[in-house]
Design a protein around this ligand. Structure first.
Ligand code: SF4
Length: 391
């Protein structure tokens, strides 16, 4: 096994988007399925439906296969296959999803793809971890060196920072990932909007989280604005603006580069990227374009983003139409008119988020964006390879 090398850097600078458009050679696709049911945790502000009915799972998985076949047809790159929305280790049907032959076929056909999953492995028992890896490491089911990425929400901040027993528990699993599976493993902490809005994490605590993570847990913190899953528009807006305020309070030029802020780095996953989520709907699965990068950001009620029933090619066309519509809208929104980030925002369908949230202005924190978009064209590994430069 190996732990993913330089993934922190890759996440910051994205795929070959950091190349000039004429050199860009890769278009990444993320497909997320909401199929896991049940969860043992009660994370503050949890925004997902923990009790989805798994009866529709086969239809959801078949829709994912339809879309991934489209990815293959169009020569694009399936980068992430997200299996959620609940905890990978305590959901009641993780085994059933991993043992599904269509899921296995998808992962066999897309050799560059990773399974990504929200996973509270911190408090999962070793026995449970081994049960799940018995399936993942069965080479009749999954490729030996497939990449797996776990995204672990920071639950209790004090515990993450100061509890030695907890630290040992986490690192015991990390040692397992390093030594007991041939899979390429990657994991990161995630700090979610609901967490910062509810807990008022100050700058000193934020800096401690980042330092502890990088220096002791040996991984990164990714910032995930999971605001859009709240039930009402009011709460969605409150979470989003609470999140932007939080970022403005804690991030400065000294600590900006210690965090992966894929939401703020506009070179990451904007122009050459599409994210799709499949959820159980009233009359069958529905499919939605993700906005603002993060897979948790999608709006079930926005009809423009609803691509249920469309082929993958039609979805690409829909996305292009929405990007053009966004660029047009940018000149009519006073905050956005002339903003240097407008094209990246349009590519991330941020203007659909503005419409859905009924916000006629910037939905990001531009001071924070400035820290992450210095236009220094720092190349990532993919870009270096393309340019023939050895890192
Ligand atoms: S003002 Fe904000 S939302 Fe509008 S284009 Fe600039 S960064 Fe994007």
């Amino acid at each position: 096994m190996s732990m993913q090398k330089s993934y922190c850097k890759q996440m910051r600078y994205s795929g070959p988007e950091s190349l000039t458009p004429s050199d860009a050679s890769k278009f990444d696709v993320l497909i997320q399925m909401e199929v896991l049911a049940g969860c043992d945790h009660g994370c503050l502000g949890c925004f997902v439906d923990k009790n989805i009915n798994p009866d529709m799972n086969q239809q959801i998985i078949d829709r994912a296969k339809e879309l991934t076949d489209g990815v293959k047809r169009t020569g694009l790159n399936l980068r992430e296959f997200v299996i959620g929305p609940t905890d990978f280790f305590s959901a009641t049907n993780t085994e059933s999803v991993l043992n599904n032959s269509v899921v296995q076929e998808i992962m066999r056909e897309h050799v560059g793809a990773r399974i990504a999953a929200p996973a509270k492995f911190d408090i999962a028992t070793m026995e449970r971890v081994k049960e799940i890896y018995a399936i993942l490491d069965d080479e009749d089911k999954y490729r030996r060196d497939m990449i797996i990425e776990f995204i672990m929400p920071i639950g209790k901040v004090d515990q993450m920072l100061n509890d030695e027993e907890y630290f040992n528990n986490v690192m015991e699993k990390v040692e397992f990932f390093k030594n007991n599976t041939p899979k390429q493993m990657d994991w990161s902490w995630t700090l979610q909007a609901s967490n910062v809005v509810g807990k008022k994490i100050d700058k000193e605590t934020y800096n401690k989280i980042i330092q502890k993570s990088v220096n002791e847990y040996e991984t990164i913190v990714e910032m995930n604005p999971a605001f859009s899953r709240a039930r009402s528009q009011l709460v969605q807006r409150r979470n989003l603006f609470g999140w932007n305020d939080f970022l403005g309070r804690v991030i400065d030029k000294d600590n900006a580069q210690d965090t992966v802020m894929s939401m703020a780095n506009l070179y990451c996953n904007s122009i050459n990227f599409i994210g799709l989520t499949i959820v159980p709907g009233e009359h069958g699965p529905t499919t939605h374009l993700n906005v603002m990068l993060h897979e948790q950001a999608f709006f079930l009620n926005n009809k423009n983003l609803d691509v249920t029933g469309l082929t993958f090619e039609e979805i690409l066309d829909r996305k292009n139409e929405l990007v053009t519509k966004g660029i047009n809208r940018s000149s009519k929104v006073s905050d956005c008119n002339g903003c240097q980030f407008a094209v990246a925002c349009a590519s991330r369908l941020i203007f659909e988020a503005q419409e859905t949230l009924n916000v006629d202005g910037c939905v990001l924190n531009k001071d924070v964006l400035a820290e992450y978009n210095p236009y220094d064209w720092t190349w990532n590994d993919d870009a270096m390879e393309k340019l023939g430069v050895t890192s």
